[in-house]
Design a protein around this ligand. Structure first.
Ligand code: AMP
Length: 290
């Protein structure tokens, strides 16, 4: 496994691989790798000749009062995980390598962003779009792997690839969970014990929403109410939002008749958790992005 820290070396290496006709699968991450990341890597490993994982905590996507400073880091652990998962290249640029100067160009995301996390995290998806545009240009992957845990990010990446004509295929990967249902997240380490104990109610709430659809409920307001109630009554976190929208367009629905997402964000003392379920009008979990 090769660890590359500069854009120049990464480019030289990519040029070599492309000349040899190798396909590149790319997994962008912010590090502190867990089983969710490993699942993306596994998918990339089975589809491509070369697997590149980037580890970069992108300051542009954090708001002034968010957790950039306490975002967990463990480079040694991450390199071990990557090595075990047969990653070929870990791209690990420093802050000044990615952003040597103040940005003169800022990307603006104008759709799929004024809902869910985008509503309260101003500039977040512009920051995500900017760093991914840079990473896509540097790594030049054939396929990119993103987790459905961050479903709005997938919706934005889908738009980014299409609108900016990146010759890249987006592969969404199912959310990996703890045994009790809590979605794996690098931020889970920042939960207090009692918060960790009742955080699985988030997923149970989402499942109750889905069950309503299976039982024939089509009214989005009723489904959202049920999910909200359940989480509010059982969790000691503060609900930031529960929303039901079309997926991946993230537009409002008046009736559950197509593929939809039910998504939740809950704020705990030192961690903000998100989770979601994407399902069709029968409540069957499946994700199609055309
Ligand atoms: P992050 O390091 O949190 O920026 O995440 C990097 C990638 O891993 C993103 O595409 C995430 O959606 C994905 N990811 C994070 N947690 C999970 C999970 N529990 N299951 C599947 N993918 C995940």
């Amino acid at each position: 496994m090769r660890v590359i820290r500069t854009i120049k070396e990464m480019r030289e290496h990519v040029n070599k691989l492309t000349t040899q006709g190798k396909s590149i699968g790319f997994v962008p991450t912010m590090g502190f790798l867990h089983k969710g990341h490993e699942s993306l890597i596994k998918n990339a490993r089975s589809d491509n000749d070369i697997v590149v994982v980037s580890i970069f905590v992108n300051p542009l996507q954090f708001g002034p009062n968010e957790d950039f400073d306490r975002y967990p880091k463990d480079e040694e652990h991450d390199l071990n995980v990557a090595e075990q998962a047969s990653v070929d290249i870990v791209f690990l640029p420093g802050q000044s390598e990615m952003y040597p100067n103040e940005q003169s160009i800022r990307l603006q995301v104008v759709q799929r962003t004024d809902v869910l996390c985008g509503r309260n995290r101003e500039g977040h998806f512009a920051g995500v779009g900017t760093v991914l545009t840079k990473l896509f240009n540097i790594v030049q992957p054939n396929k990119v792997y993103f987790g459905l845990k961050d479903a709005q990010q997938i919706a934005v990446v889908d738009a980014l690839i299409k609108d900016l004509s990146f010759p890249i295929e987006l592969i969404p990967v199912a959310t990996v969970r703890e045994n009790d249902g809590l979605a794996k997240s690098s931020r889970n380490v920042n939960l207090q014990q009692s918060e960790r104990e009742n955080a699985p109610f988030i997923y149970q709430g989402l499942q109750r929403g889905r069950q309503l659809v299976i039982d024939g409920e089509k009214n989005p307001d009723k489904i959202v109410e049920e999910v909200k109630h359940f989480i509010q009554n059982n969790s000691n976190g503060k609900i930031e939002y529960v929303e039901l929208l079309n997926f991946p367009e993230l537009t409002p629905v008046t009736q559950v008749s197509e593929q939809v997402i039910v998504a939740v964000a809950v704020q705990y003392k030192r961690a903000r958790l998100i989770d979601n379920l994407v399902f069709n009008s029968e409540g069957i979990v499946s994700v199609t992005i055309k």
